[in-house]
Design a protein around this ligand. Sequence first.
Ligand SMILES: *Cc1c(COP(=O)(O)O)cnc(C)c1O
Length: 340
Amino acid sequence: MVIDLRSDTVTKPTKAMLEAMMNAKVGDDVFGEDETVIALEQKTAKLFAKEAGLFCPSGTMTNQIAIKVHTNPGEEVICDVNSHIYNYEGGGIAFNSGVQAKLLTGDRGRMTAEQIEQNINGDFDWLTKTSLVSLENTVNRAGGSYYKQEQVLPIAKLCKEKKIFLHLDGARIFNAVTETKESTESTGEPFDSISICLSKGLGTPAGSVLLGTKEFIKKARKIRKVFGGGMRQAGFIAAAGIYALDNNVVRIKEDHKRAKEIEKIVKSLSYVDSVLPVDTNIVIFDLSKKINSAAFEKKLFENNIKMAAFGKQTVRFVTHLDFTDEMLWQLEKILKSIQL
Ligand SMILES: *Cc1c(COP(=O)(O)O)cnc(C)c1O
């Protein structure tokens, strides 16, 4: 038995999901003729109270398209120093949009309206125009922390007043909603655009959906083509997304429960220095000085456990649909008995 805790992207489609995919009605989506893609886009848009959606190959693409549509070259996007759009999209903000990032240090990835307000540039020839604020929810690099609705609303109000667009990198928005217990509609409402991954906690092989107004999605469709993301009979993959929205959302709380169990186990280990609070499905902890994460990774790998080294002493475990209770017990046994 191999236990893979590197990411929630490692899940493989179940038989039922594959069946849904095989039975999909498809067409050429670049011509707008794939009814399954259209159904997925409409279903996701409705869930998050948006007018329209756009199915894309990845969450990187949905984020990057949003940045491109909302900005002009030489402008600025405000985001947290931990954000995926800044750290893990290959410099795409600069590469694709000619835009720079103003990095704020939030509370485990969560910025406040006051913080953002202090960093919006005034209208001077020599200052960079602030045209976009991007929030991430949950925050991957900060250990899966999430925004409460009362933290988002003042930010949305500020952005409206200042005529700045507000984007949500909601790669793991269903993990956030599982904890906040807000409806998806009210969660989506404050944002101009939202990116949602289907291939993380929801367990599809690929795909993300970008949401916004009809006008925004019309522009986004054009950019998707420019970025090379126009797919043809994409309904086979979109069908997995529809299946996941119908079947894999409610069970996300199990991933959170198992992550909490891992937190308890990890906290009890003599070779662990500190653990970030576990709010959703991500466990990030620091090893004591006697072992670094590369050596730890190798040791775990010898015991059939895969993990992500997240820094010299830092380790990340992510729970997901293919991580079972049996695997949790096995993990506990190995972590407690391992000789370092
Ligand atoms: C995974 C992820 C994305 C998108 O990644 P892709 O691998 O391109 O789908 C975007 N934002 C966050 C926070 C993520 O964790």
